[in-house]
Design a protein around this ligand. Structure first.
Ligand code: ZN
Length: 221
């Protein structure tokens, strides 16, 4: 299978997984991956049902957003995806979701502090809220990149979440853990408030993930 076909298949699988795991409703949310060995990105089309999405529906664009292959219109959040790839050479996949608890924190414009272990491991600290901008705009893309920094996820004010990683699975996991972390944060606040962990403990958890857990996964691949 050529690299474009492989990337298209990965986008379809991640799009369907995003729907199955309850991270989006309807046709919202979008997924992209870099095409290995090419300055290209494979991204979901605008407004298509993930349940019937086929690899040939996935659009291939260059890093400026020009269409290389595919007949459909790319996701309206293409500028967001391209801005993340431009800023982060380490990122191979981007997933954008509208999951409920993450969106609740995004609507309240409350960052997720480091309060729960698994999210800390992949986020490496707080998950910030990007400054508000209209969906699909270059401003939203720039604000999201600023909020991401060198981390794997951010909230988009009054909108949703964005997760990234080396693979679509990693980006999807980031979105799942942001959603779970947001739910826990909200529930903990109902119980009198979540306790934020120290910088030292946060750094130790992140180190464990990058030096042991992630390496073990790489070894298994
Ligand atoms: Zn969106």
């Amino acid at each position: 299978m050529d690299n474009q076909s492989a990337a298209r298949g990965e986008v379809v699988r991640a799009g369907q997984a995003m729907l199955e795991r309850g991270l989006v409703a309807g046709t919202w949310g979008n997924v992209s991956v870099r095409v290995p060995g090419a300055a290209q990105v494979a991204i979901t089309p605008s407004g298509r049902d993930y349940r019937t999405l086929r690899p040939e529906d996935i659009i291939i664009v260059d890093l400026q957003g020009n269409r290389v292959a595919g007949a459909l219109k790319p996701s309206s959040e293409l500028p967001l995806h391209l801005a993340v790839y431009a800023a982060r050479p380490d990122v191979g996949a981007v997933v954008h979701t509208h999951s409920i608890f993450a969106s609740a924190c995004a609507a309240a414009r409350r960052a997720l502090p480091p309060v729960i272990e698994d999210l800390i491991q992949i986020a490496g600290g707080a998950v910030a809220v990007a400054d508000y901008a209209l969906p699909g705009t270059p401003e939203l893309a720039a604000n999201a990149v600023a909020a991401l920094g060198d981390r794997q996820g951010a909230l988009l004010a009054n909108h949703g979440a964005v997760g990234c990683g080396r693979t679509a699975d990693e980006a999807l996991l980031a979105c799942e853990l942001i959603e779970k972390g947001a739910q826990i944060f909200i529930y903990a606040n109902l119980l009198g408030g979540a306790h934020v962990l120290s910088d030292g403990d946060v750094a130790a958890m992140r180190r464990f993930y990058t030096e042991h857990y992630r390496r073990r996964q790489e070894g298994a691949e």
